[in-house]
Structures are given as C-alpha cells and as structure tokens.
Design a binder for this molecule. Structure first.
Ligand code: HEC
Ligand code: HEC
Ligand code: HEC
Ligand code: HEC
Ligand code: HEC
Length: 448
C-alpha cells in the first residue's frame, strides 16, 4: 500500500514537472489564457494597501496607457505591420511586456486605453505574481511562463494569506525574473534592450546586487494590513521617469590643464563622468529614444558667454556621438505613409555637444527609434556601471575675451525622448523634458 502511494506520488510529481516544461512561453503563449483567469489589482489592494499605492505610481501600472506608449504602439508599430507583415508578430509582441494579460488572452491589438478595458491594467500584480518561471537560456521577449490561479509566488517563504495560497520562489529575487521583459530582441535577432545583460557583465552582478536592491529596495513595514512588521520589498520601480533617480546618477568633475593663461593662448579642460548609481549602462532600456548630453559653456570676466565644442577622439562611429546638423529617422515615413520622407533633425541639442548613446539602424542603415525595425547597432558610447569617461575641450581663446577670470560650467542633461521626434509625433511635453543629471564648474585666470 505504502509503495503504491509513493508510486502514485512519483507519477503525479513527474507529470507536474512535465506540465511546467510543456507550458507555453513567449510567442507561443499568445491566446492561451483569458482575462478572467487574472485578478484585478483592486482585489489585492484590499490587503496590500501600501504596495498597491506604490505600484499605481510606477510605470508598470501605466505600461499600456501611458501616452507615448499608446502613440508608438498604435501609430507606429501597428501601422507598420499593416504595410509590412514581417512586423506583425513583433507588433503583437509589444503587449507581451506592456499588457501581458491582453497578450495571453490573444486580445491584440487591445482596445485603445480610452476604452477602459482590462488591458489598461498593464503589468499588474497578478500578472507578475503568477509567473512560475521562464524558458530558454537568457530570458528575453516575454519568455516567462504564466500560471494564473490560487497560488501567488513571491520572495517570502511561509507567508500565509486568507485570500490566496503562497509559494516561495528564489527566481523572484533574481534578475532573470526582470530580464523576461527588460531584454528584448528585434525580428532581426538584434538585442534592442539589454538592461539585464549589461548588469550581468558589470560589477554589480559580481557583488550579488540584483535589480531589486535599487528598484525594489527593502525597508521595515507591513506588506499586508494583517501582516507582522518585517522587511518589505518596496514596489517603486523608479527609473528614467523619476528625476530623483536620474539626477546624480552620473558624477561630474571638471578641471583645466593650466590655471593661469595668456589672453591669446588655448585653454584645455577635462571633464570626468562617473556612473556612480546605475547597475547597468546609462542610458539603458529604451536606448533608441534616450539622449544624454554634455554641454560646456564659458563666461568671461565681462559676462560674455561662449559655447565649447567637445574634442573629437577619432573612434569609429563617433559622428553619432557629437550633435550635428543631420537628418535621421527616415523610416518613420513608412508607418506614417509619407513617401520619400526626408527625416527630421537627429539630436535637437546644441551642435558640438557630446552625446552618450548607441544608435540603432534600420535595414537601410538609417538611424531609427523604431526598435522593432532595428537590423544593426552602432557604436556603444554609453557610460557603463562604475565606468568613468573623460571628455576634453580645447578652446583657443577668442579675440574679444576679457582679461580676468573665465568661469566654466559643464552641464549633463538627459531626455527620455529626442526632442525632434517628440515634436514630430506630438508626444506630450513631459516625455522630452530636460532632466539635469549633474553639473560641474571650474575657472581659469586670463592675463595680458
Ligand atoms: C513587475 C512585477 C511585479 C509587480 C507588478 C508587482 N510585484 Fe510584488 N513582487 C515582485 C517581486 C519580484 C517581488 C520579490 C522582491 C524581492 O525579492 O525583493 C515581489 C514581492 C511582493 C510581496 C512580498 C513583499 C515582501 O518583501 O514582504 C508582496 C506582498 C507583493 N509583491 C504584492 C504585490 C502586489 C499586491 C502588487 C500590485 C499592487 C505587486 N506585488 C506588483 C514583482 C512584482
Ligand atoms: C484578504 C487579504 C489579501 C488579499 C485580497 C490578497 N493578499 Fe496577498 N497576502 C496577504 C497576506 C496576509 C500575506 C502574507 C503576508 C506575510 O505574512 O508576509 C500575503 C502574501 C502575498 C504575497 C507574498 C508571497 C510570498 O510567499 O512571498 C504575494 C506575492 C501576494 N500576497 C500577492 C497578492 C496578490 C497578487 C493579490 C491580488 C491578486 C493578493 N495578494 C491579494 C493577504 C492578501
Ligand atoms: C511582465 C514584464 C515585466 C517584468 C517581469 C518586469 N518589468 Fe519592469 N517594466 C516593464 C515595462 C513594460 C516597463 C515600461 C513601462 C513604460 O514606460 O511604458 C517597465 C518599466 C520598469 C522601470 C521604469 C523605467 C522607467 O523608464 O522609468 C523599472 C525601474 C523597472 N521596470 C524595473 C523592473 C525590475 C527591477 C523588475 C524585476 C524585479 C522588472 N522591472 C520586471 C515590464 C516588466
Ligand atoms: C546599483 C543600482 C542599480 C541596479 C543594480 C540596477 N539599476 Fe536600474 N537604474 C538605476 C539608476 C540610478 C537608474 C537611473 C539612471 C538611468 O536612467 O539609467 C536606473 C534606471 C533604470 C531603467 C531606466 C533606464 C533608462 O535609461 O531608460 C530601467 C529600465 C532599469 N533601471 C531597470 C533595471 C533592471 C532590470 C536591473 C537589473 C537587471 C537594474 N535596473 C539594476 C540603478 C540601478
Ligand atoms: C521584451 C519586453 C518588451 C517588448 C517586447 C516591448 N517593450 Fe516597450 N518597453 C519595455 C520596457 C522594459 C521598457 C522600459 C525601458 C526603459 O524605461 O528604458 C519599455 C519602454 C517602451 C517605451 C518608452 C516608454 C517611455 O515612457 O519612455 C515605448 C514607447 C515602448 N516601450 C513601446 C513599445 C512598442 C511599440 C513595442 C512593440 C513594437 C514594445 N514596446 C515592445 C519592454 C518591452
């Protein structure tokens, strides 16, 4: 009898593990579930009040409804797939990360945000807490396995809840969990998002500091109204949309080669940029949209202001890292149905400023912000975790320089979306607001 029970148990267990392996993930998971299988975040709110309020303020809760997402998805990705069916599954795939329930329910394209459908729940509590694992070596493109139901998985062994069952999974404390959505490949097999891969190659992985420590920091509190006080993982998910998170993430220092100089001589300045705060490169994630640039000005003793241009270093592809008067993003003409579209200004920042970025190229080699239309990547001139980059500014003093102290200011700015693109697509202002990252100052004495 005892052997029979053990035998039955073994069969049951092995069929369960087989089931887990057979469960769909990524593209094959589209249309395998229904909305009804997932609970509404408002249900979780009744007990997880604090976590709920944190989540509503995060981009996770707006991943589908946020205006720029709506514009890029409906006006660019969906339209692009209509004229070129190679992009159909990539355009469906947006939802696999931005509104997983809609994707799993096969409701693609989902109703527009104004329709107030369940797609608006975006990356919700129940979507995240019923992920049971992932398939593949490196997780990317919504490779998670979704098993909605009574069991909510998490980081706390032995948690007891009146509403649901709980199960501990170490996976929830690991970066692979995040990588399911924070690594992305284009249909051309190019990594167009690689935040977790960047992390893995950097110093924080070696020190065992996962994404969670910076984006879900642990603090004393209650994770549910009826729970004991304990350390609780905060659901902040603060990133590029949080001025405080971006501000100070890179430290700046600037110094001249000589402190005193003759009025007809040349000033040489060095600026050091140190990525002190991020566990990955800056910018990371939506690199195709983001722009980080260094602007250096001089003010002479009479208050005249001058703009300094960065010295060229001479590496391959450098032209994409110095702001200049060129057009780009011609492929926007495809979804916008503008024949022979000439493109728009590439950078929208003062010419001669250094830009820290990695350009994405469409199949015709033109710079693009449509990450699904990316066939190759250009020079990677972003600032890695704990990396320091040095920029030099050589400035032959202008004839009209005033004698006395010249003050220099280096300003490092960040923009979530390149301004000319934001203007062209009518994206609301806050997406292209200028976010100051850091600044540095120094001076040189000019004598006769
Ligand atoms: C993007 C996915 C994601 C979303 C969305 C999300 N969570 Fe979590 N949650 C996690 C992860 C990952 C952990 C484990 C964190 C860790 O290991 O530090 C966690 C931990 C928790 C915990 C245990 C916290 C503790 O340390 O005591 C609770 C409770 C919880 N989540 C509830 C919720 C609720 C309720 C919502 C919605 C309001 C929500 N989560 C939204 C991913 C998510
Ligand atoms: C009736 C109250 C109640 C509701 C509703 C509720 N929970 Fe919980 N939940 C709890 C309690 C209590 C705990 C245990 C807290 C502890 O002791 O750490 C818990 C624990 C959790 C944990 C931690 C599990 C672990 O092992 O780490 C997660 C994740 C979680 N809940 C997610 C959810 C989600 C998602 C929803 C909505 C679909 C939800 N809960 C709805 C009361 C509730
Ligand atoms: C189910 C997919 C999914 C998972 C899993 C997921 N994320 Fe996200 N995350 C997203 C999406 C989609 C956005 C972008 C929302 C937007 O801007 O439209 C996002 C946004 C963010 C942001 C905000 C970035 C910004 O620009 O402000 C941070 C930070 C973040 N996630 C961290 C994490 C961490 C840490 C984990 C793992 C604990 C994680 N995410 C797991 C899908 C996911
Ligand atoms: C040591 C702290 C730290 C770690 C570890 C870390 N981050 Fe970040 N993250 C930051 C800071 C600071 C920023 C703001 C600067 C920026 O936007 O790049 C940020 C920004 C982001 C952004 C927005 C990037 C952009 O430029 O749009 C995303 C998305 C993100 N993190 C996800 C993750 C994920 C996923 C992991 C783990 C694989 C992770 N982070 C690990 C500190 C960290
Ligand atoms: C593998 C998951 C994944 C897929 C697939 C995906 N995204 Fe995203 N998306 C993200 C994450 C994560 C972020 C946040 C990155 C960051 O903040 O830097 C993001 C950011 C964005 C942003 C920028 C949001 C902002 O406010 O700056 C837009 C717009 C966007 N995605 C649209 C799309 C469209 C359209 C598609 C389909 C063609 C798509 N995404 C496919 C995960 C994904």
């Amino acid at each position: 009898m005892r052997y029979l029970i053990i035998f039955v148990l073994v069969i049951l267990l092995s069929s369960l593990t087989m089931l887990a392996q057979d469960l769909p993930s990524g593209e094959e998971a589209m249309g395998t579930k229904s909305y009804d299988q997932f609970e509404n975040p408002k249900t979780c709110k009744s007990c997880h009040v604090d976590i709920y309020q944190q989540w509503t303020q995060s981009m996770m809760a707006q991943a589908y409804t946020h205006h720029w997402d709506e514009i890029e998805y409906f006006d660019l990705a969906v339209e692009h797939a209509k004229v070129d069916e190679r992009f159909l599954s990539a355009s469906h795939g947006c939802n696999g990360c931005h509104t997983p329930m809609a994707y799993l329910a096969g409701d693609v394209p989902p109703p527009r945000p104004e329709k107030n459908s369940r797609a608006n729940e975006s990356v919700s509590c129940d979507v995240c807490h019923t992920i049971s694992g992932y398939k593949g070596d490196i997780p990317y493109n919504f490779s998670y396995v979704s098993q909605p139901g009574r069991v909510k998985y998490g980081n706390k062994p032995g948690a007891v809840s009146p509403h649901h069952e709980t199960a501990y999974k170490e996976f929830y404390t690991q970066t692979e969990y995040c990588a399911n959505c924070h690594n992305e490949k284009s249909p051309f097999d190019v990594y167009v998002k690689s935040t977790q891969i960047e992390w893995k190659e950097g110093p924080y992985a070696k020190e065992g500091v996962p994404c969670h420590q910076c984006h879900m920091p642990r603090a004393l509190g209650k994770n549910a109204t009826m729970a004991e006080i304990d350390t609780v993982s905060q659901h902040l998910f603060h990133g590029a949309h949080d001025r405080g998170k971006v501000g100070g993430s890179i430290e700046l220092r600037m110094h001249p080669e000589e402190r005193e100089i003759e009025y007809d001589d040349t000033i040489v300045l060095k600026v050091q940029l140190f990525n002190a705060k991020a566990g990955h490169k800056i910018p990371s994630g939506s690199v195709e949209d983001r722009i980080l640039w260094l602007h250096v000005t001089a003010t002479d003793a009479e208050g005249k202001e001058y703009h300094l241009k960065v010295d060229k270093k001479g590496f391959a592809g450098e032209e994409y890292t110095i702001s200049s008067d060129v057009l780009a993003y011609q492929d926007l003409g495809i979804p916008k149905r503008i024949p022979n579209f000439q493109g728009i200004q590439r950078d929208g920042v003062p010419f001669g400023d250094r830009i820290f970025r990695m350009p994405y190229f469409d199949p015709e080699g033109r710079m693009t912000i449509m990450q699904w239309n990316t066939k190759s990547l250009g020079v990677d001139y972003r600032i890695g975790p704990r990396e320091t980059k040095i920029e030099t500014f050589t400035w032959p003093l202008p004839d009209d320089i005033a004698i006395g102290k010249v003050h220099f200011k280096a300003q490092l700015n960040y923009q979530k979306l390149v301004k000319p693109v934001a203007d062209f697509l009518n994206v609301p202002e806050d997406e292209s607001e200028i976010i100051p990252v850091n600044s540095a100052e120094t001076w040189v004495e000019v004598y006769e």
